[in-house]
Write a protein that binds this ligand. Structure first.
Ligand SMILES: Nc1ncnc2c1ncn2[C@@H]1O[C@H](COP(=O)(O)OP(=O)(O)OP(=O)(O)O)[C@@H](O)[C@H]1O
Ligand SMILES: [Mg+2]
Length: 261
């Protein structure tokens, strides 16, 4: 976190300054989802966000991904407005629910960004990333023929095909069984390191946040504010074995205490 200077410098994937989001629709209660968020995420970092349900985590991601407008303050992605960054193919969004097109097969869903961008090399990546997320053999299946966990892996594959410099991931592994989840965590770390992307990762799993991240941002209940910005000191590469380390367990418990206030 830095001061309230809104000028972005190179090496910053995200800069939020005094960022807030209020939802108000006629006849509905006014909801202050987020308030006064100051946050800088350097390029190449892996940062997780944890916080109670409804504290504005998805809203934050949606503003970074140009799917929602801030109501106060500002947010920059690689020094651009989120709209510009999206246009430049810099941002990949993995939604809390898979958001697949039901009339398209698995591989057609994964090829979609390539078609939108008119870039055949992106479409050509589709099979490679499907293999990576363990969906070889399901290329021709329709989303309704897949389990929830398989659908979320398709949506992860879809975002990975065009190698965005910034991956916004909203509880991407929430629908996965524990074994698949652990495999996907390791796979994500591998991709993150190989592609040198920045990852902003929302999760309700404290151990997942610690295992994956350089920093864990702890948010308050609504209106969401940043309560703590906790560095994760463990060296990389990391693997699932780290979970048994007493220092790991202590850090997870520390985060739990922060959430419980
Ligand atoms: N489009 C919308 N219109 C009105 N209110 C909204 C809208 N989107 C979100 N909200 C409200 O903003 C608050 C924050 O929602 P958000 O989805 O960002 O929370 P979250 O931290 O992602 O929660 P969860 O952990 O359950 O996914 C909630 O009170 C929600 O009802
Ligand atoms: Mg959410």
């Amino acid at each position: 976190m830095t001061g309230r200077d809104s000028s972005s410098s190179p090496g910053e994937a995200i800069r939020a300054v005094g960022l807030g989001k209020v939802f108000q629709r006629e006849g509905q209660n006014r909801v202050v989802a987020l308030q006064d968020i100051d946050l800088v995420i350097p390029t190449g970092a892996f940062v997780s966000v944890i916080g109670p349900s409804g504290c504005g985590k998805t809203s934050f991601l949606r503003m970074a991904g140009d799917l929602e407008e801030p109501t106060s303050g500002e947010i920059l992605v690689h020094g651009h407005t989120p709209g510009e960054a999206r246009y430049r193919r810099e941002v990949g969004f993995i939604f809390q629910s898979p958001a697949l097109l039901p009339w398209r097969t698995v591989i057609e869903n994964v090829r979609l960004p390539g078609e939108i961008f008119g870039d055949e090399s992106v479409s050509g990546q589709a099979q490679v990333v499907l293999d990576t997320v363990g969906l070889t053999g399901f290329e021709g299946a329709y989303p309704r023929e897949l389990s929830g966990g398989m659908q979320s892996r398709v949506s992860i594959a879809r975002a990975l095909t065009y190698r965005p410099a910034l991956l916004l991931m909203d509880e991407p592994f929430g629908a996965l069984d524990e074994i698949t989840r652990e495999r996907m965590q390791v796979e994500l770390l591998r991709i993150w390191q190989a592609q040198q992307t920045t990852v902003l990762f929302i999760t309700h799993s404290l151990s997942e946040a610690v295992l994956l991240s350089d920093r864990v941002i702890v948010m308050s209940a609504r209106p969401g504010r940043i309560l703590h910005d906790v560095p994760v000191p463990f060296p990389r590469p990391r693997d699932a074995g780290l979970r048994a380390d007493p220092a790991f367990v202590r850090l997870v418990e520390g985060l739990r205490g922060m959430l419980e206030g």
